[in-house]
Design a protein around this ligand. Structure first.
Ligand SMILES: [Zn+2]
Ligand SMILES: [Zn+2]
Length: 342
């Protein structure tokens, strides 16, 4: 089968053997796979110098082709499925430790990352698969990380008692994750103020349901003057400047939800203790979600409340060009590889 592998500084398309499903695993034939910013960061070695090795990619829809021993508890051959739990969330988790039982399988010491969907076939723990209704298109593949991660972040608003009707700032609102967050937070009843750069991206953000869309240089003034500060900010930006902005737009006792993961070379978010004293914020990180979250996302999409915006499709061999375009912020929403054999 064809697979895109990172080798040194390069992403190469190679012929490799089709993997065999092990205990509890399913072999999935990939129909479509989204290109996430995390794949780009791993290919470039942006995070603490960690570079991905082998096959990357972690957002996919496909069809179950074979099952390892015990996997039939979760799916059947022929099922059309989406990968749940997101890239860093894992293709396997134990289900019995204190983190798993508390609903945080990402922190399970036995969790394994889902990585390797830039290939024609992929094996994964069958418990992390969610079956799809027919009306959900293959182009919804970016839900598997982008949609799920945005949903997990919006759900944090309810956990921290940010009430519907409150003003919520989405930083990086037109991007792969932000465009989902605008739709999901709107569906939850929040007043979304989307922040992104340039007229085309702001028009797109408004079309997704945001009550307002503003450029970064006007965001603080608009949020503080017209809304008394954001009740929460969801920060999807992959730059540290977006983190700073997410803090500056917050109102008193606001909730700061970090989701993006800028390159280490961007430096740190610095907060003066006096800012913390005066704002009294709650600062949390939200990464991916659970398989149950994925089922809820699928229901929202099936109900027509959320839709993936795909601005670029291509074959597997175009992955290098897609990485360059993603790095240059050329996309509204996501890019999706729709032909893994090409
Ligand atoms: Zn566990
Ligand atoms: Zn991802």
């Amino acid at each position: 089968m064809k697979a895109a592998r990172i080798e040194g500084d390069e992403v190469r398309i190679l012929d490799v053997p089709v993997p065999e499903p092990g205990d509890g695993e399913a072999l999935v034939k990939i129909s479509a796979t989204g290109v996430c910013h995390s794949d780009l960061h791993l290919a470039r070695g942006d995070w603490m110098g960690i570079r991905g090795t082998g096959v990357i990619g972690h957002e996919a829809i496909g069809v179950v082709e074979a099952l390892g021993p015990g996997a039939d508890r979760h799916v059947a051959v022929g099922d059309r499925v989406i990968l749940g739990l997101g890239g860093a969330g894992g293709g396997y988790w134990c289900g019995a430790c204190k983190w798993c039982l508390a609903g945080h399988p990402r922190h399970c010491s036995q969790a394994t990352a889902i990585m390797g969907t830039f290939a024609e076939y992929f094996t994964v723990g069958a418990q992390s698969l969610v079956t799809l209704p027919d009306e959900i298109d293959d182009l919804e593949a970016p839900l598997a990380c982008g949609g799920l991660t945005a949903y997990g972040a919006v759900k944090k608003l309810t956990e921290h008692r940010v009430l519907p009707g409150s003003p919520v700032a989405v930083i990086g609102a037109a991007g792969g994750l932000g465009h989902y967050a605008v739709q999901i937070a709107t569906a939850f009843g929040y007043d979304v103020i989307g922040v992104d750069v340039g007229e085309e991206r702001l028009d797109f953000v408004k079309s997704l349901g945001a009550v307002r869309a503003v450029n970064p240089d006007e965001a603080v003034q608009v949020m503080q003057r017209e809304y008394g500060g954001a009740a929460a900010s969801l920060v999807f930006a992959a730059r540290i400047a977006g983190f700073r902005l997410g803090f500056d737009v917050l109102g008193q006792r606001g909730l700061f939800v970090a989701v993006g993961l800028p390159p280490t070379s961007d430096g740190n978010l610095e907060l003066a203790p006096f800012e913390m004293f005066s704002k009294d914020p709650t600062i949390i990180f939200s990464a991916v979600g659970t398989v149950q979250d994925m089922r809820e996302v699928v229901a929202l999409v099936a109900a027509g409340k959320v839709k993936s915006h795909v601005s670029r499709t291509g074959g597997l061999s175009e992955i290098g060009a897609i990485f360059d375009e993603l790095e240059a912020s050329q996309y509204l929403g996501r890019a999706v590889i729709t032909d893994l054999g090409a």
